[in-house]
Design a protein around this ligand. Structure first.
Ligand code: BES
Ligand code: ZN
Ligand code: ZN
Length: 501
């Protein structure tokens, strides 16, 4: 259950177990961020001296705990470092990360109050900051405990944020949006973190269908028989090696008076063993191979919760890629929906195969835009590392999505589809082959492959989230270990822009 979030007057004493304030690190030395005045006064104006005494610098991601020893109602102050920046114009993403890091340091604390900024009472003045605080806190408070046999510590129950105009309409709307965004990120992380023995095509289909129904969306689930009838040879081929048959889920959000339509497509490989070309590395990441599917489902649900005036369909192919006597083989030829054929040469490049079928289906609705996202290639990580998403597609739309992602606090980088890489996937015997004979530009070749299924003239983007979807290292900022929930915020920001919201 998500926490109750409220805005409170900075002068009102908010009942809490902890109060979070900010600190900055200008060259001249540590200072408190705006918003800390009341708590510092209650501490006799000695907060800065106390922070210096314990060696705090106010650097980004630094978290310092100061006990109040009975001087204030909350027994603990947590100081979130915000780095060296203009205190009057705090950077939203730095705030999200700082607050997220503070919440991670407080796991098990039920009532948290945050007093960062909130000092300007001009209508709408602090709304971006309030939203960043709420998003950072709710994303940072995430924990995934369903498999723990002993009860986890109390999760965050109540979050209050100091705001100069707590009843301001814009501030309230920003807070509501932040909660919807955080819920979508949480839903994505939960699906990604769920073990693949529990989350397989049928159960992923059931869960996303249930999310869709609860949000009032139209839901369609194609089982293996329906996939056969529909000619989805790619999804069926990839799913053939598993005892758990594949699915295709379609969610539709069609609000009244919407003018624009967007198709979302997300890769839903519930576990990627590589198939007969069995993986020799990183198989332990591969429950995250349905991160695109989870992000797309959570995004359309969030768009409905936000009542965005835009038509959206989510087309989500789901399969488990396993080696067995019934697996598809390197050198098989599969026929996609719509009739095009592909020569398989590596069963571990399965994502593009299920996505081709899904893109063909999504395009049949004649959308105005297409956004596809997938944990598609290890090459994405070689190119951009584990935190930067690779964006390919039509130049203008790709750049629009990259910019929207930047505003939302996710890192994307535009990548080319160099024409000289395209002939590498010509096939001698089928319409196209799956991979080239070498590793060069592997992320871009995958983008080329997908592009051949996108109708000419349809603005589209392919977002390769292979690395960013899964955090194999330690937690940082608002990002936990495991599923990160990445790309939900980018897709939502893009949909909002296209909806003119
Ligand atoms: N799911 C993987 C890509 C991946 C790798 C995601 C590492 C996250 C972390 C994908 O299905 C895959 O195996 N791709 C191959 C393609 C290759 C055979 C052309 C790869 O990247 O090695
Ligand atoms: Zn694979
Ligand atoms: Zn895969």
């Amino acid at each position: 259950m998500s926490a109750a979030v409220s805005l409170v007057d900075p002068a009102a004493a908010a009942p809490a177990d902890v109060v979070i304030i900010g600190a900055l690190s200008p060259a001249s030395g540590l200072v408190l961020a705006p918003g800390a005045e009341a708590i510092d006064k209650a501490m006799g104006g000695r907060l800065l001296a106390g922070l210096r005494a314990v060696g705090a610098k106010g650097r980004a991601d630094e978290v310092t705990k100061i006990p109040t020893l009975g001087l204030t109602e909350p027994p603990l102050i947590v100081v979130a470092g915000l780095g060296d920046q203009d205190p009057a114009a705090l950077d939203a993403e730095v705030v999200r990360r700082a607050v997220g890091a503070a919440l991670r340091a407080l796991s098990g604390t039920a009532r948290v109050h945050i007093a960062i900024g909130g000092t300007s009472s001009a209508p709408g003045a602090d709304t971006a900051l309030l939203a960043a605080i709420a998003e950072g806190a709710l994303m940072g408070a995430y924990s995934f405990t369903i498999y723990k046999s002993s009860p986890p510590p109390t999760p965050l129950r109540r979050l209050s944020i100091a705001a100069a105009s707590p009843r301001d309409r814009l501030a309230k709307a920003a807070l509501k949006r932040a909660q919807i965004v955080a819920d979508a990120v949480t839903a994505t992380r939960d699906l990604v973190n769920t073990a693949p023995n529990e989350l397989y095509p049928q159960t992923l289909a059931e869960r996303t269908a249930e999310m869709g129904r609860a949000a009032g969306l139209t839901v369609e689930v194609l089982d293996e028989r329906a996939l056969k009838r529909g000619g989805y040879g790619g999804i069926l081929g990839v799913g053939a090696g598993s005892v758990r048959p594949p699915r295709l889920v379609r969610l539709t959000y069609a609000p009244p008076r919407a003018k624009t339509s967007v198709a979302l497509v997300g890769k839903g490989i519930t576990f990627d063993s590589g198939g007969l070309n069995i993986k020799s590395a990183m198989m332990d990441w591969m429950k995250s191979d349905m991160s695109g599917a989870a992000a797309v489902a959570a995004t359309i649900v969030a768009a409905a919760a936000l009542r965005l005036p835009i038509n959206i369909t989510a087309t989500i192919p789901m399969a488990e890629n396993m080696p067995s006597g019934s697996s598809y083989r390197p050198s098989d030829v599969l026929t996609f929906r719509g009739g095009r054929t592909v020569e398989i040469n590596n069963t571990d490049a399965e994502g593009r195969i299920i996505l081709a079928d899904a893109i063909v289906r999504a395009a049949e609705d004649k959308p105005d835009y297409l956004i596809e996202t997938s944990t598609l290639t290890g090459a994405q990580m070689v190119s951009l590392g584990t935190r930067v998403v690779g964006a390919m597609g039509s130049d203008d739309f790709r750049d629009l999505v990259v910019a929207a992602g930047g505003r939302a606090g996710e890192s994307l980088w535009p990548m080319p589809l160099p024409p000289e890489l395209r002939p590498g996937i010509d096939s001698a015997i089928a319409d196209i082959t799956q991979v080239t004979g070498d590793r060069w530009g592997g992320m871009l070749v995958a983008g080329h492959f997908l592009s051949t299924f996108v109708p000419t003239g349809l603005p589209w983007v392919h977002l390769d989230i292979a690395g960013p979807a899964w955090n194999a290292g330690g937690p940082h900022g608002y990002t936990p270990k495991g599923g990160t929930g990445v790309i939900v915020r980018t897709m939502l920001a893009t949909l909002e822009e296209l909806a003119g919201a």
